[in-house]
Ligand binder design. Sequence first.
Ligand code: NDP
Length: 333
Amino acid sequence: NEKIILTNRPEGMPTAEDFSIQEEQLPVPQAGEVLVRTLYVSVDPYMRGRMSSAKSYAAPYELGDVIKGGSIGQIMESTDPEWKQGDIVAGLWGWQRYAAAATDTLRRVDPELAPVSTALGVLGMTGLTAYFGLLDIGQPKEGETVVVSGAAGAVGMIVGQIAKIKGARVVGIAGSDEKNNYLVQELGFDAALNYRTESNLQSALEQACPNGVDVYFDNVGGEISDAVLSLLNKNARIPICGQIALYNLQQPDNGPRMQTQLLKNTALMKGFLVGDYAAEFGKALPELAGWLQSGQLQHAEHIVDGFEHTVEAFLGLFTGDNLGKQLVKVSEI
Ligand code: NDP
């Protein structure tokens, strides 16, 4: 077996030297476990937080530990009659080619419903994040303006499309013209702005949002969010999903203080974690799958081929290499 372990705690932007591939014997599943062969691994921005020793909502990875996270695999060997050889499952064994996984940590993946990789994206963690953050906190109404940052990423592109389904005007912010063209031309966003090339993001936003901003779904934080928050409408809602622009900072980020904006507009800003909605996943997944099947929702995946490219794929999240959900394909079904 091969697994990728954390060898150094990154300072600033992580590098390939912070990780190494470790070889070991194939694990033997114990009672209540199955042996899985990994098909896809997920690389996610939140993993950066777990590489640091700072206290957060998920425990830090220990040095020498495999990088845990979402993966899809096929059962090779089972000790549990409920889980059969050949079944496709999603679990949290992370960056390893094979794993012995406890069956009570697994979710079944139906290969008839959609390609199995979607269980890590639109029909998995990132789709659910978009769904609950937008619908529970953002609550977009017909005719309102929704702005989403990180708009061409896994969460962001689903947020924008669900907001369109709810009848909102949607403006995305992403880091390349190619991504923005995709959002407008393929996904039906009303406008999309390139934060890297706009000389004045705030005035570009003012033009793109002539009626102000009712919902701001924040994936990135930093100066992009400062610009959006200056355009809030009365009773605006701001789901705080992620702050990727800050994850590699080595100094605290002292931005403008926004409390006055919130007060003047009686706006609601609320952080959330997708895991807190676990009891409602069973209600959300069929709705997301229904939108996918009816064509109201589209998704993109950025798939790197080969387990040995996992770290590269992870680092690419911070340079914007991906359009849609970043995955690594490890083996064929
Ligand atoms: P994405 O697919 O959106 O990938 C990350 C994207 O972030 C990149 O493609 C890049 O696109 C953009 N980005 C990277 N660095 C910066 C920067 N400095 N400033 C602006 N944009 C940047 O990842 P996910 O969809 O998986 O995650 C999106 C956000 O949601 C993350 O912040 C993540 O931590 C958060 N998240 C939160 C969850 C929760 O439960 N609260 C659950 C899942 C995700 P570009 O080319 O546009 O720069």
